[in-house]
Design a protein around this ligand. Structure first.
Ligand code: DON
Length: 308
């Protein structure tokens, strides 16, 4: 097996120089100000080793990666009642697609597409937006072991001023009762959770419980069964209509965000975060995916590898 530190350093050095970097998201204006030149990576192993390279300590907007932590918060509060609101099937459509909602009576396919995540935010909020965002933030800080993590208010404001499509999804779901609380309060939670800023190192630390069957530093964050199930959802739904291709190329549960970050989990082995702001047409980090493909291949980390 390859040496982890050398492999990470090699990937970071090469991808920092890559010429085809994808397109930075600009439908949230504040995200469009970030340079496509960044590349960061951080790996935390089950043994506690941390390997960080490139811009791995620079904070970026985690965007849809927050949906994993919000799902944990919702499951801890409401248990399996979460699945009365959202499904567990890959959507095969874009992260912000609206068409499936009408065909399926306002029930989102899964908690990682925007509609599903907005429904999960609503469940956590139960009408109280400020305590909901405080709870999501507190959970992320606890998982990362870092109280400095916070919402980037400029990004949250930017999305709240331009998030017409999410407002449409939320209002449409409200008409079916999938969303119970006031739409504005629900969207406020959702926009703020997406605007949380973290570095690759902080994100990789926050993902440790998913590599360790729900355990963190000897305490159970969630049950082993829930950890397995969240990993299953990340593998099947974490990259939207590119989830199949990501499983084919990388073979690890992972969640992407339009800020260019990806959190990936090699169960029993490592929690990995990568960041490069340029995106594929499906809205997933182009070089981040390439980095994970190379790392997983070099280390033999795939959930389809009999020796993982
Ligand atoms: O709702 C949105 O459009 C963004 N706040 C999050 C979308 C996202 O990160 C999709 N991921 N690749």
């Amino acid at each position: 097996m390859a040496d982890l530190a050398a492999t990470v350093a090699d990937i970071a050095a090469r991808l920092a120089q890559a010429s085809a970097r994808g397109r930075v998201a600009d439908y949230i204006p504040e995200l469009g100000r970030v340079s496509a030149d960044h590349f960061g990576i951080a790996v935390v192993t089950a043994a506690g080793e941390e390997v960080v390279a490139g811009d791995g300590d620079m904070a970026f907007s985690i965007q849809s990666i927050s949906k994993v932590f919000a799902l944990v918060e919702a499951l801890c509060r409401h248990g399996d009642a979460v699945w009365d609101r959202v499904g567990r099937e890959p959507s095969g459509s874009a992260f912000n697609s609206i068409i499936q909602l009408e065909l399926e009576q306002g029930r989102p396919r899964n908690p990682f597409i925007n509609a599903g995540a907005i429904a999960v935010s609503d469940l956590i909020a139960a009408g109280d937006a400020s305590s909901a965002i405080a709870a999501i933030l507190a959970r992320i800080r606890r998982l990362a072991g870092d109280v400095s993590i916070d919402v980037d208010t400029a990004v949250a404001w930017s999305e709240s001023q331009t998030g017409y499509r999410n407002a449409a999804l939320a209002n449409y779901m409200r008409s079916f009762g999938t969303i119970a609380g006031p739409v504005d309060a629900t969207l406020s939670v959702y926009f703020q959770q997406c605007a949380i800023a973290m570095s690759c190192r902080q994100l990789a630390r926050a993902g440790r419980f998913l590599m360790a069957g729900g355990m963190l530093d000897g305490a159970a964050i969630i049950s082993p069964e829930r950890a397995r199930r969240i990993n299953a959802l990340m593998l099947t739904c974490g990259h939207y209509d590119a989830s199949g291709d990501f499983a084919f190329r990388v073979g690890l549960p992972a969640k992407s965000g339009v800020g260019g970050g990806i959190l990936a989990v090699a169960p029993g082995r490592a929690s990995i975060a990568v960041w490069s702001p340029g995106l594929s047409p499906q809205g997933n980090s182009l070089l981040g995916t390439q980095a994970l493909e190379e790392l997983a291949h070099a280390m033999g980390w795939s959930v389809f590898n009999p020796e993982l």
